[in-house]
Design a protein around this ligand. Structure first.
Ligand code: GZL
Ligand code: ZN
Length: 353
């Protein structure tokens, strides 16, 4: 009998000892203890996004949110700046206060970042720039940048227009083009505007007007309507993103004009950038938009791989450019030459949209 009591006593002790050490973890937080034990600390990433001005931006935000998840080992602090640099500066200061591990900035415009990026550097927080560029005196204020070559996008678009005029026997002096610019000071606007102005000079096209369309459909429509009323001779509209192009199409239709490529007989050619918006891609198939120079928004995986490199003690490339396609319908132009290289033209078709 005595033996039974002793073995019972010992087994109770044993059970207590076994559960006792995990009982600390069973004070309602064993998942935390398990998490801490089985997973390394989440990497805290503060991301200041421009806003939600376009389909491109929404796709870019989605790409970042899809990658920077707890399952992937991150804690994402996402802030939307509503296209105001003052908000982004506030975001960065808040990220510093929260002692994030990394700051990712999609800068609304290129200038005005030196002071706040110096504060991040002083706090020892690496800054990665995504999409548009920052123009700072000391480029050690950011670790690296990933985005598009906006001037090359413009060179591709203008190479397409040049090839189109040659193939269709249209003289340069008959091209009356307007530039509906994106947000003034954004790298995408700077590159796309420069590329067009250089091409107009080189080819002898008439750059009738340059107006800010803010990368939005509303502004794109408003500006296009005003320009077409003032300059009925316009026959090419160069929109610096798809949302502006959709606005331009609305304006063309509202004025009883026709969007197309028969520009010597009154039609108006619309050119665009991005290639994210399904409606704009369908308009290419329907030959209402002549071409779209792709601007790829899917930066999430690219930024994550740059952070992984830094986490593993590697130094990432300072600048990483993404490869981008050029979309049109079949105008018998299957390739274009831009920036000294040949690029294939991707014909958009019903099934590929
Ligand atoms: C380009 C990006 C631009 C897009 C627009 O990388 O900065 O901003 O082309 C977006 O659609 O608004
Ligand atoms: Zn005019």
């Amino acid at each position: 009998m005595k033996k039974k009591i002793i073995s019972l006593f010992l087994s109770v002790i044993l059970v207590f000892l076994l559960t006792g050490c995990s009982s600390e973890s069973s004070t309602g937080n064993d998942s935390e203890v398990l998490n801490t034990n089985s997973q390394k600390k989440l990497i805290k990433v503060g991301f200041s996004q421009v806003g939600a001005e376009s389909d491109w931006r929404s796709a870019n935000t989605e790409s970042m949110r899809e990658v920077f998840t707890a399952e992937n080992g991150y804690q994402l602090i996402f802030e939307d700046a509503q296209q105001k640099q003052t908000n982004q500066i506030m975001h960065i200061r808040s990220f510093i206060q929260q002692e994030v591990d990394y700051i990712v900035l999609a800068p609304v415009t290129e200038t005005g970042w030196d002071t706040v990026l110096q504060e991040a550097k002083d706090a020892g927080i690496p800054v990665l720039i995504v999409d548009r560029m920052v123009d700072v005196k000391d480029d050690s204020l950011y670790v690296c940048w990933v985005g598009s070559n906006f001037e090359l996008e413009a060179q591709k678009a203008c190479a397409f227009l040049d090839a189109f005029t040659i193939k269709n026997g249209i003289e340069a002096k008959n091209i009356n083009i307007v530039d509906i610019q994106g947000t003034i000071g954004a790298s995408a606007q700077i590159g796309r505007t420069k590329g067009l102005k250089d091409a107009c000079k080189a080819n002898g096209w008439n750059l009738v007007a340059v107006e800010n369309g803010e990368f939005t459909q509303t502004k794109g429509r408003e500006v296009t309507e005003a320009l077409l009323n003032k300059h009925p001779e316009i026959n090419v509209i160069y929109c610096e993103n798809d949302n502006e192009a959709l606005g331009a199409l609305e304006a063309i239709e509202s004025l009883g004009r026709v969007a197309g490529t028969d520009i010597m007989n009154g039609e108006i050619m619309v050119m665009s950038f991005d290639g994210v918006n399904r409606e704009a891609r369908q308009d290419v198939i329907d030959k209402k938009i002549a071409c779209i120079a792709e601007c790829n928004p899917l930066h999430g995986p690219r930024v994550a791989s740059l952070i992984e490199k830094i986490e593993n003690g590697m130094v990432p490339d300072k600048m990483s450019f993404v490869d981008e396609e050029f979309f049109s319908a079949d105008y018998d132009i299957s390739s274009i030459i831009a920036g000294g290289n040949v690029y294939p033209v991707t014909f958009l078709k019903e099934d590929s949209n």
